[in-house]
Design a protein around this ligand. Structure first.
Ligand code: DX5
Ligand code: ZN
Length: 225
């Protein structure tokens, strides 16, 4: 079980402090939301900021590319220090090439599904993936409400990966709280991304710890924790 706080909801003028805080709370990854104002209606950060974060973060960086042309930027984000990188299936016509390009740079490759994108689109790439990220809100903003159907999407993706013999983890991103995390974990999610539930809390260190504890409650087999 890994908790990946999304810095989208952190104070961008104090990212170092924000990251140190959630690391003290037990963050396993730092989730970095990259938005281009084209694929999604918001604009966030690029490789220079990732490079700076990389210098201070103790845990690996999970870079979520919400951009129209990910192929153009994969190398830059890898050089900046991404340990994991995910691209959206909706903007990747040559997904097999893209996934292998990420892996060739020594970065774990993930594919992201928007809420309206079926798990089945991954059928022919499932065996190649290092992780799958299921969006449980429409990407672009932090602090949105969890879309309930995402729970069955997590199950469907887990089943698909299992069918091809791939133990790669399923990640969930959007609207996750201490109140709903156990359900998505029970459905098969093993990387939990959370922004508002952590950084909008009065004590983000404690919120990270509590979210992790709540997530562990969703694991049925103790060995899987
Ligand atoms: C949404 C981003 C998410 C977002 C999650 O477009 O991909 O990573 O930061 O934030 P919350 O947990 O606030 O929904
Ligand atoms: Zn994200």
């Amino acid at each position: 079980m890994r908790i990946a706080p999304s810095i989208l909801s952190a104070d961008f003028a104090a990212l170092g402090a924000a990251i140190a805080t959630v690391e003290r709370g037990g963050a396993d990854l730092i989730h970095v939301d990259v938005m281009d104002g084209h694929f999604v209606p918001n604009i966030t950060i690029g490789p220079p900021v990732v490079r700076s974060i990389k210098r201070i973060a103790k845990v690996p960086l999970d870079v979520h590319l919400m951009i129209s042309d990910p192929d153009r930027y994969i190398e830059a984000f890898a050089e900046a220090g991404a340990a994991m990188m995910s691209v959206h299936v909706e903007v990747s016509p040559h997904l097999h090439r893209t996934v292998h390009a990420v892996q060739a740079l020594g970065v774990k490759a993930g594919v992201v599904l928007n809420p309206a994108t079926p798990a089945g689109t991954l059928e022919d790439i499932a065996a190649d993936l290092d992780f799958v990220l299921v969006m449980s809100v429409n990407p672009g903003f932090g602090g949105q409400t969890f879309i309930p159907r995402s729970e069955s999407k997590v199950r469907a993706v887990r089943a698909l990966l299992d069918r091809v013999g791939n133990a790669a983890p399923v990640a969930i991103d959007g609207g996750i709280t201490a109140g709903n995390v156990a359900r998505v974990v029970a459905a098969g999610a093993r990387i939990i991304v959370a922004g508002a539930a952590i950084f909008d809390a009065p004590d983000p260190e404690r919120a990270t710890r509590e979210l992790k504890a709540a997530a562990a409650g969703g694991v049925t087999s103790p060995a899987a924790r």
